[in-house]
Design a protein around this ligand. Sequence first.
Ligand code: KIV
Ligand code: ZN
Length: 520
Amino acid sequence: MGNPKPADQTHDYVRIFDTTLRDGEQSPGATMNVDEKLAIARQLERLNVDVIEAGFAASSPGDFESVQRVAQTVTEPIVLSLARTREADVDQALRSVEKARRPGIHIFIATSEIHMRHKLNMTREDVLEAATWAVARAKQHLDYIEFSAEDASRSEWSYLAMVCAEVIRAGAQVINLPDTTGHAIPEEFGRMFAYMREHVPDADRVIWSAHCHNDLGLAVANSLAAVQNGARQIECTINGIGERAGNTSLEEVVMAMRTRRDLMGVESRVNTRQIYPASRLLAQIIGQPVPPNKPIVGDNAFAHEAGIHQDGVLKYKLTYEIMQPEDIGIPSNKLVMGKHSGRHAFVNRLAELGIDTGAIDVNKAFADFKALCDKKKIVYDDDILALVQEETRHSAEWFELADLRVTSASGAAPQAEVTMRVRGEPRSARATGDGVVDASYKAILKIAGIAPVLERYSVKSITGGTDALGEVSCLVRSDGMTVAGQGAHSDIVMASALALVNALNRLKLREGRTTELARS
Ligand code: KIV
Ligand code: ZN
């Protein structure tokens, strides 16, 4: 059986379906607001991904709006929304992508015994009927339909093949077989694709897609095994974020196919030079730093520590390097500009760092940059990212920090006086605490009227020196929801307050979202 070649495809390649905004956002603490999602979507377009899963429109009005806005913003990738096989879900998903230049819908239902019996309380026949009904309904309105058999890797193959055959007959163009629980081993996962392509009638008329979770650390390996067995779409997320241990990491799978094209024979059409900017942008937005040893995008991914390695690389790069840092867009020189740098150079630098200059007030960012140059001799990329991150935060958020004053003297309890705008209305409070950060947090929470648990609080100096920008990350939990917050400022107390306010805004965003719907 030949490789699938849809009408618009002149050569064989692996499509990249990015689900950072849907499955990725299900990662604890990774909630994004609409503006943040748009910034990611624009970067995904620069990356040249084929499909963007922008959200799960029926799960909340906020998700609906995000999908709609992404659909109106990007032009090249297909934009789709996830939907269950219910009428309301399908219709809402269709509405959300109405204005997309290339709209799509992603319908899913579970096909494993364990999910059908214990989660859905449906028989095999019920599931088959629901799946074909939903695909047929969507097909009346739109052509690009992906169907996912949730928990495919634990489903009985002959039944799975029957479901695939029926949804293809009903009009599905892409069949996705997820390893929902991250349970599969590459060889068996690959065999499942080979089996389906052999046993499902008209299998060569559709694109077969792999969607893997990383519970056993095998998501990338499983995705590659699927490709070796005929899959021509991989579903993945930037930095591998996602439910539990995450999803297939976009950067890893793309670079694996590129670096080993000798063996794989196919690769994606991703503009790999946009990988590093994408990784940094996401890390900044969700406040989850990339671990230093993360393949491809971690700080140590290209760092050679051992003397023998350094010696080898100096003599001939390829002795220890299988990829070039420039290929993934790692800036060759981390030292950037100083007070003599002009606006043009600054704007260029922002673009190189993956910052969407259309989404920020560039004049203000440049003024802030100049102010920072006055304070610091050397300004690094990370300083610029931190500075602009404060810019990209949505100004029309629920809570905004307007003023913070703290006093601390030996023998007296540290005090904080905070003024915030709550939906535009100024409110103030004072508090004392164990230190000035504690006092500020108490005052902020008094104003917000929420009492979340602070699960994690960490301070990091972004670059060296006592004048460095400090970045604070915190993780707070309230009503079973965990969200992250970040703040960057040259004053650590201010950075801490900004981080908490950012987390409170994310809590507000999550409030009312029926996220249980989207959990897979
Ligand atoms: O992991 C999964 O099965 C999913 C589906 C909804 C595609 O995310
Ligand atoms: Zn998933």
